[in-house]
Design a protein around this ligand. Structure first.
Ligand code: CUA
Length: 336
């Protein structure tokens, strides 16, 4: 007995959907879960998969079925299809069903977001600053200057609020293992809350195309036991923030703090970046004046093999006079 084509199509679609959903749920889409919000984010992702796989399958089955069922047969080349005047009931259904689905998913997303972003007691604050092409993290302290670091350290189990800033263009602060991502936008502070829940080291990635060195704009988030974290924080001395020229960091510290090491190789600073010229070669025997010009006005002289406009032209404004002097004399010394 032959079944109605619509029944055949529904049976094929239902089987394909079941297989599709099963396969989609077997795949490990994400890295380790290193924050408390990860479970909720992953669960919501699974809801999205369960809803969207059958829709994808339905569309594909209908398309393939139509191609097969309504294909042109010999002698039909100049035949016109039946005139179609619309079907109100069908149109109401195909408008209403997606509308309900979307509203439902939006509500689900909103509830999840409210929950994972809710304020927690005992929250610590970390300032995240993005610049081309490096991250820096600053831990405010009750007394004295904040501690700054180019790697992110966090105590396990302690809620943290990131205040995210940009010193130049738009970047995006992303720690996949925390299931957390937010843009760093010049001129405003964006915030993001997480609670690290698993010790280990996880990649921190820039997720917004921000220039030639975008792909190298990475660092590490270290989640450690609270005691270890406290010991690390104590051991961080106090590399002063960029606004405090007095008691200032050395040229070598500035080289790292300002992110030069993300793009340049410089043996003395242990830097191995390859976005820009190798400074051990490019600055060899160069005058302090040349080095200063190369920092303040990088396009004045561009090393062979590198396009112009790669190096940010904002360092002249960003560095204080004292910082610039320190950086220039350091570079002149170590590349003599
Ligand atoms: Cu910063 Cu991409």
């Amino acid at each position: 007995m032959r079944r109605h084509p619509l029944v055949q199509m529904l049976v094929v679609g239902a089987i394909a959907s079941a297989i599709g959903v099963f396969v989609a749920l077997q795949i490990h889409w994400f890295p380790a879960r290193a924050s408390t919000r990860a479970r909720e984010v992953d669960r919501f992702y699974h809801v999205l998969l369960i809803v969207s796989v059958p829709i994808f399958v339905l569309v594909v089955v209908v398309v393939l079925f139509s191609v097969w069922k309504f294909r042109m047969r010999p002698g039909e080349k100049f035949k016109e299809g039946p005139p179609i005047h619309g079907n109100t009931r069908l149109e109401v259904v195909w408008t209403a069903v997606p509308a309900f689905l979307i509203v439902g998913l939006v509500i689900g997303a909103f509830v999840t977001l409210e929950d994972i972003e809710s304020a927690q007691p005992r929250t610590m604050t970390v300032d995240v600053t993005a610049r081309q092409f490096a991250w820096s993290f600053s831990y405010p302290r009750a007394h004295g200057d904040p501690v700054t670091s180019s790697t992110l350290h966090l105590p396990e189990g302690r809620p943290v609020e990131f205040r995210v800033h940009s010193a130049d263009v738009i970047h995006s602060f992303w720690v996949p293992a925390f299931r957390a991502k937010i843009d760093a936008v010049p001129g405003i502070t964006t915030t993001l809350r997480i609670t690290p829940s698993r010790q280990g080291s996880y990649p921190v990635v820039c997720a917004e195309l921000c220039g030639y060195g975008h792909a190298t704009m990475r660092t590490t988030a270290v989640v450690e036991a609270p005691r270890q974290f406290a010991a690390w924080l104590r051991g961080q001395g106090r590399p002063a923030p960029p606004t405090a020229p007095v008691g200032a960091p050395s040229g070598r510290q500035l080289f790292t703090q300002e992110g030069c090491d993300a793009c340049h190789t410089l043996a003395d600073a242990g830097a191995s970046g390859t976005v820009g010229p190798n400074l051990d070669d490019a600055l060899k025997g160069r005058s302090a004046a040349f080095i200063r010009q190369s920092i303040v006005d990088p396009n004045a002289f561009v090393a062979k093999g590198f396009p112009p406009n790669v190096m940010p032209q904002t360092f002249g404004r960003q560095l204080s006079a004292a910082q610039l002097d320190a950086l220039v004399s350091y570079l002149a010394k170590v590349t003599r």
